[in-house]
Each structure stands twice: as structure tokens, then as C-alpha cells.
Design a protein around this ligand. Structure first.
Ligand SMILES: [Zn+2]
Length: 346
């Protein structure tokens, strides 16, 4: 079965397979093409993919320079370099937004003491205008790639900070916990990307947990879907409900846990459960403090970790950071209470 052929390396497409299937069924846009092209692209890349970690310790540390490539609406990555670190704006909105947002994400992680995605200053490669009306964006293990969207259902993916932050956070996860991309470890992988997608959006807009929208993917909705989103961290399961995308199936509690095989055993589905817990902690102690705890935990989790492991590690991270005076007293209990509210540990 497809699920068992999937390697456990994270290859995250922003628009999850559940929604792509619904788009195909509704006969909208180029969803079928998108699925096929994504698989082709994946097969193509995996042939010559060299893990960046192979060079760790050889290459001198960099500062995470951004390099933006225009794919010129082909299905190839890195076609023409149009902007490097410190270079002038190109006038191409997708390219300039990708550059700016890549910088915001890098700066945020730098504020946590992290040097680029791998903590060794690796280049931040941003490919824009990938494919034709391509309704997706992805992190493939060493770079980011954005489609333009079809302009009706989805608009340009590079124009959304939460898309860029979500995808680059997959890179950070790859170089830290390296959570296997299926079942509960995969849902945790998705969860951490949603956490940093929302946290970095709040950081950039100077928002607090109270005035954040807690939505993921709201900025890429085209005219036919304006007002919808892909996920809602504060109320998983309410992000969308329409004939084009179908209905949001994310659970917000372990009692509704999805145990089917779709979506790599529910990586974009069950992530709703820890997402809700993060939201509750952020509402209690503040988004920036909750993010410190989650980032600490990400560096202490491991590839096969399940939800119960995450609860334990995140609570332990909270305890350590309370002891260090980095987060307020009571944060450990806040973490336990939030997970208890979503049925964890189970
Ligand atoms: Zn993802």
C-alpha cells in the first residue's frame, strides 16, 4: 500500500492529501495534476537528494543566506537565481515575499539561538513560480518550493508567512527531533510546523495569543474560498466546510482520534489534538513563552516519539525552563492541564 511505501523522511506539502483528493472529486482546479506532479517531483528529487547532515562539520558555519530561484513555471527547481542575500528587490511579488518571509523565519529562530534551519547556517533556498497554477508548496528535505496557485481556489503560496514558516519549520524539525513522517510521530511533525507557523506570524505582527487568529493557510485562499483556512489551532475541525475542500476533519481530542491509513496515517489530521493543547498553553502563559517550551522539547524528542512521549518531554522542558526563570512558575502544570483537556496522556 502507498502508506507503506512512503519513506519516513518528511516531504511536507502544505495542502494535505485529504484536501487534494476532495478538490479532485469536486473537479476543481488542477488538483489531479498537482497530485501527479508532486509525486513526480518527489521521485525525481529523491534520486539525487544528498542529506545536508552529510556535510556537517566540514562546511564552515554560515549565516543562513537566502537564495531565491524563479522556476519560470516549469516543474524544475533552481532554474534561475533572481535574488541572493542582501540583493535588491526584484519587483516580483512572490520572489520578494518569499525572501522577506524567509528572513522573518530565520530571525525568529535566531532569537531562540538557532543559526538557520540546521543550526549551522545552511542556505535558505526558496523556489517560486514552480509549475503551472500549482496549488501547493513543499519542503522536500533541503529546500522550499512554492506554486502560484490557480488564482481561484488558492493564490500564491509564497505570499503567506504561515506557509513559509510552517514549511521551514519542517526543516528545523528534520535537523532536531527528525520525527518520522507517519502516524503519531508524523502528526507531531505537522504539529510543530503549525506551532511555528502561528508563533512566527504572531511574532511578525506583534500579536498575542488573545488577538491572533490561530489559523493556518487562511492567506492563500483565493476568491472562491476567501474566509476559509486549512487548519484552526484554537478550534480544530472548524477551519473549512464547503463543497470545494470538503469539511475539516481535524479532531480536538483523543476520543475522536483518526486511526485510518490516509494522509500517512493522519499526520495532518491528528495534529489537531496537540495543536489545541499548544493553543491552551499559549492562552495561559503567552505565545512566546509557550513557544520556548515547545522549541526546547523539539530538541529533546526523537524520531519515533508518540503523543504520550511528547506530553512527557514538553512538560519536562517546561519544568527546566521554569527552573531557569525563562517561563513563569506554573507553566509545567499549564502544559499538563492543556494536554489533559485533549485526552493526553492516553
Ligand atoms: Zn506540513
Amino acid at each position: 500500500m502507498l502508506q507503506h511505501q512512503c519513506h519516513h523522511k518528511c516531504y511536507c506539502q502544505f495542502i494535505p492529501p485529504v484536501i487534494l483528493e476532495n478538490l479532485a472529486k469536486a473537479g476543481r482546479g488542477n488538483a489531479k495534476l498537482t497530485i501527479q506532479q508532486s509525486k513526480l517531483s518527489r521521485a525525481k528529487r529523491s534520486e539525487h537528494l544528498v542529506p545536508m547532515t552529510q556535510f556537517a562539520g566540514i562546511a564552515p558555519p554560515g549565516q543562513g543566506p537566502r537564495i531565491v530561484y524563479d522556476c519560470q513555471n516549469t516543474w524544475e527547481q533552481r532554474v534561475t537565481q533572481i535574488r541572493g542575500e542582501g540583493g535588491p528587490a526584484t519587483g516580483d511579488e512572490a520572489a520578494d515575499k518569499a525572501y522577506d518571509y524567509g528572513g522573518v523565519v530565520r530571525d525568529y529562530f535566531q532569537s531562540l539561538g538557532r543559526n538557520s534551519i540546521d543550526n549551522l547556517g545552511m542556505d535558505i533556498i526558496l523556489n517560486v513560480h514552480f509549475g503551472v497554477e500549482y496549488n501547493n508548496a513543499f519542503w522536500d528535505g533541503d529546500e522550499m518550493t512554492f506554486g502560484d496557485g490557480d488564482g481561484v481556489i488558492f493564490v500564491n503560496f509564497a505570499r503567506s508567512l504561515d506557509v513559509v514558516a510552517h514549511e521551514l519549520a519542517h526543516g528545523v524539525t528534520e535537523f532536531t527531533a527528525n520525527l518520522d513522517y507517519y502516524s503519531q510521530s508524523g502528526a507531531l511533525n505537522e504539529h510543530f510546523s503549525d506551532v511555528f507557523g502561528s508563533v512566527i506570524t504572531q511574532y511578525a505582527h506583534h500579536q498575542t495569543a488573545d488577538d491572533a487568529d490561530w489559523l493556518i493557510g487562511d492567506e492563500i485562499m483565493g476568491p472562491d474560498l476567501y474566509g476559509e483556512a486549512l487548519r484552526c489551532m484554537s478550534a480544530p475541525g472548524t477551519a473549512y466546510d464547503n463543497p470545494i475542500l470538503g469539511k475539516d476533519v481535524q479532531p480536538d481530542h483523543m476520543k475522536d482520534y483518526y486511526d485510518g491509513l490516509d494522509d500517512n496515517q493522519g499526520v495532518h489530521i491528528n495534529s489537531g489534538i496537540p495543536n489545541k493543547a499548544f493553543y491552551l498553553v499559549a492562552m495561559d502563559i503567552g505565545t512566546d513563552k509557550a513557544a520556548l517550551i515547545w522549541y526546547h522539547a523539539l530538541q529533546n524528542l526523537w524520531s519515533t516519539a508518540i503523543f504520550n512521549d511528547a506530553v512527557q518531554v514538553i512538560a519536562e522542558s517546561a519544568r527546566i525552563l521554569v527552573k531557569d526563570g525563562k517561563v513563569p512558575p506554573g507553566s509545567t502544570q499549564s502544559v499538563r492541564s492543556a494536554f489533559k483537556a485533549v485526552g493526553l496522556p492516553s
